[in-house]
Design a protein around this ligand. Structure first.
Ligand code: NI
Length: 386
């Protein structure tokens, strides 16, 4: 397997860099998904396009077993101006592959090619290339459009590079591996007035400042110390000029949690803090808590399968079966609400950080990623009883 996969490494690196050079935002991955569909067809894989606009599913069967496995990659890029200067830097202003989804797509294509050529498994493999992981919920939409009705599967697996981990190291864990994310918006309404006569109005900026500070006490004072949560206010918008106290101030931000009870608790505590601070200042408010991606929860049997496949590729000592979870979130969580499965990290090396303008996917980890996918399929669809 290693030699065969290495024999197409140059092509996979070329595909990866070409995708890096031509990044596309969520639901607009037409060029990328066109290349994916064409490659899959050329390798003799049945191709289904058009789910969630640009999603592609490749289906490959061998032998007579009705066991099924699904592997998933994401294809979208981020709205960020690339600062890299190498030849394959983004040619599109303000958009770049800063999360390595170019690498994820190339690695799953590599596995598709190997599996189509060797067919050394007994059952069916669904290769899912989804759009819009970065906030658009492309995975959720594919499920709503009937992904698992059209392509039923016993289990689903995902993989993401991890930039705080040594290159080629695998990390996974049973249970929550990525956090839930929810967004919030708070509109504080006071009474506008002359900046020199504040006593004639109610200042929404002072009120909202009190809210920003008080929200920080929720994690430190209301969440149990052994639970994790983050509340970040990331936008504070108000006012038009130097000498007018405005009518309103708008705060926005997000909440990250790892347990549903902590999430509910934080939502209630936020409402209490906002209403209390506003009452103290005589202001009123509108509070919206906007649900985002749920917790990504790996199931036990599939995570054991993932650990075993990764260990066959890089050796047991290069696999952390109890890796620390991330407070980032993933729309892979929606697949895991429907079918058992596991989401694994593959170290990208520590030269940059995902979502940063100098990030690049590390091509040296492509062989490990491709071999992991191929090994997982051969192991899980071995034709033996599970
Ligand atoms: Ni990502």
């Amino acid at each position: 397997m290693r030699d065969l996969i290495n024999s197409y490494l140059d092509e996979l690196v070329a595909i990866r860099r070409d995708m890096h050079k031509h990044p596309e935002p969520g639901f607009k991955e037409t060029r990328t998904s066109g290349i994916v569909a064409e490659k899959l067809r050329n390798w003799g894989i049945e191709v289904h396009t058009g789910m969630a606009k640009t999603g592609v599913v490749g289906t490959l069967a061998a032998g007579n077993s009705n066991q099924t496995i699904a592997l998933r990659a994401d294809m979208d890029a981020l709205p960020l101006q690339e600062r890299n200067t190498f030849d394959h830097r983004s040619i599109h202003d303000g958009i770049m592959h800063a999360c390595g989804h170019d690498g994820h797509t190339a690695m799953l294509l590599g596995a598709a090619r190997y599996l189509a050529q060797t067919r050394n498994f007994n059952g069916t493999v669904h290769l899912i290339f989804q759009p819009a992981e970065e906030g658009g919920g492309g995975g959720r939409i594919m499920i709503e459009e009937g992904l698992f009705d059209r392509f039923p599967t016993d289990a689903i697996y995902g993989m993401h590079n991890r930039s705080d981990q040594e290159a080629g190291l695998f990390g996974v864990r049973v249970g929550g591996i990525m956090a839930a994310t929810d967004n919030f918006e708070i509109v504080v309404t006071g009474i506008g007035t002359h900046a020199a006569m504040p006593h004639k109005g109610i200042d929404p900026i002072v009120t909202a400042s009190g809210i920003v500070s008080a929200l920080q006490s929720i994690v430190s004072r209301n969440v149990p110390p052994l639970q994790s949560a983050v509340i970040s206010t990331t936008q504070f918008n108000s006012g038009t000029t130097w000498n007018i106290i405005p009518d309103t101030a708008t705060l926005r931000g997000c909440v990250r949690t790892r347990r549903p009870d902590v999430r509910d608790h934080i939502r209630l505590a936020m409402e209490r803090v906002i209403s209390g601070v506003c009452a103290a200042h005589g202001a009123s408010y509108d509070f919206s808590f906007i649900p985002g991606y749920p917790l990504t929860v790996n199931t036990e049997r599939e995570t054991r399968a993932a650990v075993s496949a990764a260990a066959k590729v890089v050796g047991e000592r290069q696999v952390d079966p109890d890796t620390p979870p991330l407070m980032a979130s993933e729309d892979f969580s929606y697949y895991l609400k429907k079918v058992p499965g596991s989401y694994i990290f593959l170290g990208n090396g520590k030269q940059s950080v995902t979502h940063r303008a100098d990030y690049d996917f590390n091509d040296e980890i492509i062989p490990a990623g491709v071999q992991y996918w191929a090994t997982l399929v051969e192991q899980e669809l071995s034709g033996k009883c599970r």
